[in-house]
Structures are given as structure tokens and as C-alpha cells.
Design a protein around this ligand. Sequence first.
Ligand code: ACO
Length: 331
Amino acid sequence: MQRLREPKPAIVGTGAYVPAKILRNSDLERMVETSDHWIVERTGIRERRIAGEKECPSDMGAAAAMMALERADLQPYDLDLIIVATTTSDTLFPSTACQIQQKIGARKIPAFDLQAACSGFLYGLVMAHHLVAQETYRTILVIGAEKLSSIVNWTDRNTCVLFGDGAGAVIVRKSTEGGQMISHDLGSDGSQGQVLTVPAGGSRMPLTAENIGEGLQYIQMVGKKVFRLAVDAMESTARTCLKKAGLPTEEVSYVIPHQANLRIIELLAERLNLPLERFFTHLERYGNTSAACIPIALHEALTAGEIRPEEKVLLIAFGGGLTWASSLLEW
Ligand code: ACO
């Protein structure tokens, strides 16, 4: 029997783009003192995609956006707002969102970037759902797009093995179809910001020959601390989100977690008492693509037929800031 659903803000189309160039663990063995065995055992990552020299988040985001529009059976002129989550904007300004507005040929609609590191896409998704619910805008494009290869120190084995490039996009508008949001949780803790940061290149420390020499324009991370904070924050935000929905954990059919480290995901599954098979992973192929990983994963899971109607899907993110976010959707 066909179920009856009210039209509500929903994800009605998804798209993804990853660059063609593959950087395998065996390639990294020739760049830094590491091994395929160490990387797979400690992170689960086997390879990642690296954008071309002139390929920017706006190019990748525009490609993902066009795919999402096509899958939603919409055109760029149907869009009313563009939100782009990125930590690696093409330029400090103009924003990547404005560049995507031009690249996809959207009308002169509002477009802005949102910076919440790896949690950025879910921050944007929550904003989009509320703006559509309040009928401020009808059709919103939310993108996560990153070129982390541009801020990775390729001589630092502690970080260079972890990250990759790519973009994912979704279209949010009122519909009886697609993924409707049931609940969400967002949070941050600036007191822990220093465990994951790019120190130079902002207004506090503009780029100079000296700080470039020290590699301060690259990601600096206290890996072990980030690991522990990530597991705690992801468990806590997931529980809060489910509590708001009044849904017991076991009723979650599918979890799309931030793709940083397979061991983080395994621990999260254990803590939430959910089988690991319900967790989507692609980090073995793409590494950590920050704000892009959840929309890419969502697109892959949907196109692979892994999410079925009426299933409840929990998206969980964690990132620099610190920031965290979760959202429960029903398909
Ligand atoms: N190859 C070989 N050895 C390495 C490598 C490498 N690529 N990287 C580190 N090591 C060495 C270290 O130097 C250290 O050696 P030492 O004991 O002689 O000092 C040893 O391996 C162990 O290092 P640890 O830091 O203890 O390794 P750990 O098990 O913690 O794994 C890792 C490191 C993978 C970074 C892990 O801490 C982690 O995943 N942390 C979370 C990272 C994360 O999620 N970041 C992003 C989240 S937010 C966002 O997405 C932006």
C-alpha cells in the first residue's frame, strides 16, 4: 500500500563529483616514511582523489550541483539560494558559492559560503530545511566542496595520508518524496579549536615567507586528541538528535558518519550499539574529504539502492572548530 506523506522540506536530488586522479597508499610510500599497512590498519584509507592544479572547489561543486539538479528534474533557474560548505574556498573572496552561481548559470539569487569545517554540510542542510519550511525560499542547493590537497603538508606523514578532494550536493525543497528531516543537533566548542587548525593565511597570521617556511599554511592536527573528541562528540550528537525525534537507536536503518577514520566509525557503532553493517563508508576510496564526504556518501548510498523508502537515516559529522552536527532523515 502506498504511504501518504505530507509535503515537507526534503532532499529531492543528490550529486557527487570526485577528481579523476587517484593517489594510492603505495604512492605515499614514495613521498613520506609510511606504509600501506600502517595507513590501512590505523585509518582504513587505501586511496584518495586529488584535484588537478586548476581544479577548484567551485568546479567540483558545480559538477555535483548539476548532477543533483538533473536527478531532481530541475534546472539551475529553479534555484532560490545556494549554500556552500567549504574550508578551502577557491579564493578568500569572492565566495565559492558566488562562483558556482555563475558556473551553473543560476539566476542572481543569494549565494554564500559557510565555514564549519567537516560539519559544514550538515549545518547548511539544517539551514536549508528551516528556510524551506518557513517558505523563505522554495528550492535550495546545498553543497560540500573541498580541495584539502591544497592545505595538506605533503611532507608530514601524520596528516598527508588522511585527506582527499571532492564535492557533493543536494537539492532541498518541499516534497512528499525524498529524505524529510525529522530532527537535528548542531554544536561547537571553540575552547578545543587548537587541536585541528591551519594557523597561517588568515588575518591573525597573514602569509609571510617566514611562516610559509615553517609550514604554518598547512593543516596541523593533534591526531590522538582529535580521535577521542570525535568519538565522544559524534556519539553525543547522535544521541541528542535521536532523543529529539523520540526514536530508539535501533530504529535507525542506516548511518552516514563523517569519513575520517574507520576506527572512529567502529567505536561509534559500538557505543551506539548498532551493527557496523548499517554504517556507510567510502573513506577507503576517498579518504577524508571534510564537508564533502557526507553529501558524496549520501549520493553513493542512494544510487546504490542502499536507502529504501521509509528508512531512517542518521547523518553524523565532526570537524575543526570544534564543530559537530547530526540530522535524522526519513526516506
Ligand atoms: N605512517 C607511519 N607512521 C605514522 C604515520 C604514517 N602515516 N603517521 C603517524 N605515524 C607514527 C607516529 O609518528 C607515531 O610514531 P611514534 O610512536 O614513533 O611517535 C606512531 O605512528 C603512532 O602515532 P599516533 O598518532 O599514536 O597514531 P594513531 O593511532 O593515533 O593514529 C591518526 C594517527 C590516524 C591520525 C589518528 O590519531 C586519527 O585518525 N585521528 C583523528 C584524525 C581525524 O579524524 N582528523 C580529522 C577529523 S576532523 C576533520 O575531518 C578535519
